[in-house]
Ligand binder design. Structure first.
Ligand code: DGJ
Length: 697
């Protein structure tokens, strides 16, 4: 709901339980007024009437208060917008008008000197406490060029408090999305990626709680998340007077996003913001519900259990071997069989074939269709792996088009994993990829595509192009456009975003994919911390997780039970990735039972409200999912010490007056007891785990 006030110079957006207010002064300065619990338009007007506090000669009266601070004029904060026209930098804005279109507010401004116009977009949906913000900039002059060095999606302003704690998700390959929290000190905290993709190093998300006072289920939490899959930057500024602002947008350095000629425009990604009074858990549940309702395509459809042999076979695959695995997988109850890397071109190792998207004739003599048909005959869907944005120098594609990659003449073409990045900003490259992928999806009954991206940009050059740095953003737009076009042409195909694990997980890619691969680390213990961090922002419905072999083959040789591996992977979209030809009949029988159990709890896990009951670092960790009358509790014990039984796990979100029957124990528990005393799990020893199903009676 959007209300206006102060003769059309004040706007109040309200969602389920929060409000967000803006005010335009008589000098056309757009000031932030309020972000927090719901307030009335009258209360917002009263805030707007309060004069700005006095300021010292070395400070700006606007800093820390503007909705979208720009470079230029009396401002010293980090600007959201930085513009260069000829030799000059900076802009100044006249208000041109507001428009309300449903739940979206558009505020327009122009710079009378350079012909640039911007529109600030704010959308708040009635049922949610999330504000979606983005900015468009257009050149409305008759001549000349305007360079957007930086055009952030938004700047968020927090209320005054005695101090703030920052939560972030950091990592690296095989160790993504690990949560850290720390006091915000004066200055700027910069998170981002200058790699061309979202990156394993930081998820584009921050959360802030005042004075470090929020807990998992109580207190005020602000969160911001960027919907962008290229290089990005979020800057959390702790200003000299203690005020805090958060800028976020595409691109890392302010080195140029786009050069706008007359009539040309740039649209930033969305930077979404959330206020919650329900602690970190409440904030996460709000993010999850909003993504399932408004971001992830077809989110109401639960994702199937998949099998993928990558860890078991690596590149050593054949049609016959995949058939054998498909039969074993179907026998376990798997619903989607995926052929990973190695099915195409000369791709028998990672140094050849990338870019040649036709089946390897020695491995699949009649193409993929016979295997796909057999997989379908077994009652499963069929999926394949691709990495369309990349090429091995040893490939037919590169030999034919060595100029199709990003490169700088005279400089080395740096290879990572023996591959180079195609320049998707080029139309011929985009056309080629569309034609190849469309043909591929038409040539065999493919239901699922795992779309990988296994290296960062290095020499991001584009010889012959007058403004080569535009490839950084255009690559991402081209990737999005390809996905959108493929989804439209092949609507039954589901897509997974993968980037050597979780190197491309963000709200942008999630608006056009069905799930993401959170990490190449499938060790079930490490994975608990990765999943804990992932759940801060994203729901279980999009988080693929596999049960692989023990000892763990990829990383650490850790030995763990099938039980522990399954319960760990059941916290997301369950997959199986072990070498099923080496699993004993007893292991396969046990796995069949776990898959059947997962299918039963799947709607609750994937679509329910998630409560993080205990964090992984404590030895005993637990997550609860609740949907309607059903709750599922997953519990993991890392190691029991001194023979002491692990503590009871206190549940959340239940009705204290109701009774809950536990399928695993047959016991009927009082809701109040489960909330207050907790559930006694009976876990013992090392790496033990259990699933509890509870139904309200
Ligand atoms: C990286 C992915 O994360 C893996 O799951 C696998 O698909 C390999 N690439 C294949 O090259």
């Amino acid at each position: 709901m959007i209300e206006t006030g102060d003769n059309g110079r004040l706007w109040l957006l309200s969602g389920r339980s929060s409000s967000y207010a803006l005010h335009l002064t008589d000098r056309d300065e757009l000031l932030h007024l309020h972000w927090g619990p719901r307030i009335t338009a009258a209360a917002a007007e009263a805030l707007a009437r309060e004069p700005l506090p006095p300021h010292w000669p070395f400070e700006s009266r606007l800093d820390g208060r503007e909705e979208y601070p720009v470079e230029g004029g009396p401002r010293f904060v980090r600007p959201a917008l930085s513009v260069r026209t000829g030799q000059e930098r900076g802009t100044a804005w006249d208000f041109t008008g507001s428009e309300i279109a449903g739940d979206e507010l558009r505020l327009g401004f122009t710079d009378p000197v350079n012909g640039l116009a911007i529109v600030l977009h704010h959308r708040m949906r009635d049922a949610f406490d999330i504000v979606e913000r983005w900015t468009t900039a257009s050149h409305q002059g008759a001549a000349g060029e305007v360079e957007l060095l930086r055009a952030d999606a938004a700047t968020w302003t927090l209320p005054e408090r005695d101090g703030w704690r920052l939560s972030q998700l950091h990592g690296r390959w095989a160790a993504e999305s690990r949560l850290v929290r720390g006091d915000l000190t004066p200055g700027e905290k910069v998170l981002g990626s200058r790699r061309g993709h979202t990156g394993h190093q930081h998820l584009p998300w921050v959360a802030l709680d005042a004075e470090g006072a929020a807990t998992e289920e109580s207190g005020e939490v602000y969160g911001c998340a960027l919907a962008w899959s290229g290089s990005w930057r979020i800057v959390v500024q702790h200003l000299p007077d203690g005020r805090v602002q958060i800028n976020g947008g595409a691109g890392y350095d302010d080195s140029g996003l786009v050069l706008l000629g007359p009539g040309e425009a740039y649209t930033s990604p969305v930077f979404a913001g959330l206020w919650s009074a329900q602690g970190f858990g409440g904030a996460s549940r709000e993010w999850h519900a909003w993504q399932l309702a408004h971001v992830v395509p077809r989110a109401a459809e639960p994702r199937p259990v998949l099998y993928n042999s990558w860890e078991a076979t690596l590149f050593d695959i054949s049609e016959e071997q995949q058939r054998t695995l498909a039969h074993r997988a179907a026998d376990l109850g798997v619903e989607l069989f995926v052929v990973d890397d190695g099915w195409f071109g000369a791709r028998t190792h990672d140094a050849a074939g990338l870019g040649d998207w036709t089946p390897n004739p020695a491995r699949f003599p009649d193409g993929l269709k016979p295997l796909a048909d057999e997989v379908h005959g077994l009652g499963m869907r069929f999926g394949i792996w691709v990495e369309p944005e990349m090429v091995n120098p040893d490939s037919e594609l590169y030999r034919a088009h060595p100029d199709w990659v990003q490169f700088q003449p005279g400089r080395e073409r740096t290879e990572f994993r023996n591959q180079l990045v195609l320049n998707l900003a080029r139309r011929d490259v985009r056309d080629h990829l569309w034609q190849r992928l469309d043909t591929l999806l038409s040539s065999a009954p493919v239901d699922y595509v795992k779309w990988d991206f296994n290296r960062c940009f290095t020499e991001a050059g584009w010889p012959g192009e007058p403004y080569p740095q535009r490839l950084w953003t255009e690559h991402v737009h081209a990737f999005y456009a390809l996905l959108d076009r493929l989804r439209a042409a092949h609507p039954h195909v589901a897509f997974e975003s993968c980037s050597g694990g979780g190197g491309r997980v963000d709200l942008g890619v999630l608006s056009r994919t069905d799930q993401v691969w959170a990490s190449d680390n499938t060790d079930p213990l490490d994975r608990l911390a990765i999943q804990y961090g992932f759940s801060q922002l994203h729901p279980a419905r999009v988080m693929a997780a596999w049960v692989t072999d023990s000892p763990n083959t990829q990383l650490n040789g850790r030995v763990s039970s099938l039980r522990f591996r399954f319960v760990s992977a059941m916290a997301g979209v369950l997959g199986v990735g072990g070498d099923l030809t080496r699993w004993s009949p007893a292991e396969r029988a046990e796995a069949r039972d776990w898959v059947a159990l997962y299918k039963e709890i799947r709607p609750v896990v994937q679509l329910g409200a998630q409560y993080r009951l205990r964090a992984p670092e404590g030895g005993l960790s637990a997550v609860q999912y609740t949907r309607g009358d059903d709750s599922v509790v997953l519990v993991w014990l890392q190691a029991q010490h001194h023979g002491e039984p692990p503590p009871a796990v206190r549940l959340r979100g239940l009705d204290p007056a109701a009774s809950y029957a536990c399928r695993e124990t047959g016991a009927v528990h009082s809701g109040a007891v489960l909330l207050h005393r907790g559930l006694v799990t009976g876990l013992r020893g090392d790496l033990d785990a259990q699933v509890f199903r509870l139904r309200k009676e």
